[in-house]
Design a protein around this ligand. Structure first.
Ligand code: GLY
Ligand code: MN
Ligand code: MN
Length: 460
């Protein structure tokens, strides 16, 4: 049974978003939710996740549905459940019931959409089956999502304008995702002393998320090999000297995400070397959050993190030279090879299906510099934006053992000193920060990040 309910305030919010879109563009729009894909037998499907652009305007995660928007008017297209579906999935609401919930003016079958595609703009859905249908209905080849042209590009830009700043209803959802993610991280820390495998800590964390009837907003990273940035295996044994890096976030039933990372010692006590590096990463994290304010360039926040990390590594004797010069030569990026964060909303890397259209201000392009190539957001901050701040330090063998890097940075890295920090493979500290008129509001602040408190939680 489809159980999601839409409150009257959410229905108003959805209407409001559609009206705002209508003020930005003057052509029809069709947005598909995407197909539910069977694993084999059609009633055994892969977990379904509706397209975020569809969710933003329609509110409900309906599989195999589409909406057509024109002048603020909403038409819903979806088929009634197939015969026999009630046996496997229970009674479903009718198309008209759903149309009423989301405030649609008309409810039609999917086949009726075939005649409504001409002149409409759309955003390609990731799923191949749906993108074929999109091309058929629109009677043109739909371009790749990160290379949109014509009306599709205009539509994408209008959607970006709306989705960059979160409305009150979105913030309620985002705060809920953040609160449950905070509880998940506390449970992960508390479960560590008795856990033998990474998988057990992951289970404790995801158990909290699932028990709140939320899901994960990306594949959890719970690993003693934090140097693998998106490590998605959980079979390693936990050893007393290890650091455990957990990057785990929840997603609400309406699709809104949180994204948190903490790194803690398996034994409940950081070694001196782990603590030294942890405090450098935390100093970068705190400096960046303190700088968040409308009008501040996110790129400058990234460069601030780079500078604080370079200073810290100079103080520890790992890097040698003037921190500013080290940042200019991207030496910090040997250890902090990614961007300081990204937009967060319905997607964990919000709107990255549109390439850099959302993340980069008009007219700006991604730099190929080692220290900037993974900068995912390059805009002045505006009130209502939600961003992550996630500095890190990693010893990635593919970077540090690379002969060209060794040669290029031979004078600025003290390799012998670095070898004393072998028990620090990866540390990341990540929080979700809402930009407000007064500065930054940390939605995930209920989760401590200072080393002493983290140790205390792990020790119980
Ligand atoms: N969880 C993925 C990221 O932090 O970007
Ligand atoms: Mn993140
Ligand atoms: Mn993350």
């Amino acid at each position: 049974m489809l159980t999601h309910n839409i409150s009257s305030t959410l229905a108003d919010t959805l209407r409001n978003r559609r009206q705002k879109l209508a003020q930005l563009i003057d052509f029809p729009v069709i947005l598909w939710s995407g197909a539910s894909s069977p694993r084999n037998f059609p009633a055994n499907a892969y977990p379904f996740r509706a397209s975020s652009h569809f969710l933003y305007f329609a509110g409900l995660p309906l599989p195999n549905a589409a909406i057509r928007l024109e002048g603020g008017k909403l038409e819903l297209f979806m088929d009634d459940p197939a015969p026999g579906s009630a046996l496997w999935h229970g009674e479903m609401p009718t198309r008209s019931d759903i149309a009423e919930k989301i405030g649609a003016d008309v409810a039609r079958t999917m086949s009726e959409l075939k005649h409504r595609g001409s002149g409409a703009a759309s955003i390609p859905v990731q799923n191949y089956q749906t993108s074929l249908v999109q091309s058929q209905v629109l009677r043109r080849q739909i371009s790749s999502p990160d290379d949109l042209e014509g009306l599709d590009r205009e539509l994408a830009k209008a959607i970006v304008t709306l989705r960059l700043s979160h409305d009150a209803e979105a913030l309620t959802e985002l705060r809920q995702a953040a609160a449950v993610s905070v509880a998940a991280h506390k449970a992960g820390m508390a479960a560590t002393p008795k856990a033998k495998l990474e998988a057990e800590v992951r289970a404790a964390m995801e158990g909290v998320i699932i028990s709140h009837n939320l899901t994960t907003s990306y594949n959890s990273i719970v690993t003693v090999h934090g140097e693998v940035l998106h490590n998605e295996v959980y079979h390693h044994a936990l050893q007393p000297g290890d650091l455990l890096l957990a990057d785990v976030g929840a997603e609400t039933p309406m699709g809104w995400a949180a994204d948190i990372t903490r790194t803690w010692p398996v034994s409940g006590k950081f070694s001196a070397t782990q603590r030294d590096i942890y405090d450098v990463v935390l100093a970068a994290h705190d400096a960046c959050i303190a700088k968040i304010h409308p009008g501040v360039e996110y790129r400058d926040i990234h460069l601030l993190a780079a500078t604080v990390i370079a200073e810290g590594l100079v103080d520890l004797g790992i890097l040698q030279g003037n921190p500013q010069d080290l940042v200019e030569m991207d030496a910090h990026a040997l250890f902090f090879p990614h961007g300081i964060g990204h937009l967060l909303g319905l997607d964990v890397h919000d709107m990255e299906d549109l390439g850099d259209l959302a993340g980069y201000e008009d007219g700006r392009n991604r730099s190929s510099r080692r220290g900037l190539v993974y900068l995912r957001l390059n805009r002045p901050l505006r009130a209502g934006m939600l961003v992550t701040i996630e500095p890190g330090f990693y010893q990635v063998p593919a970077i540090l053992n690379d002969a060209q890097n060794r040669s290029q940075y031979r004078d600025v890295v003290n390799w012998e000193r670095l070898s004393q920090f072998a028990d620090v493979r990866g540390i990341r500290i990540e929080d979700d920060v809402l930009v407000t008129a007064a500065g930054g509001d940390i939605l995930t602040s209920a989760l401590p990040n200072d080393a002493d408190t983290v140790e205390n939680i792990v020790q119980g």
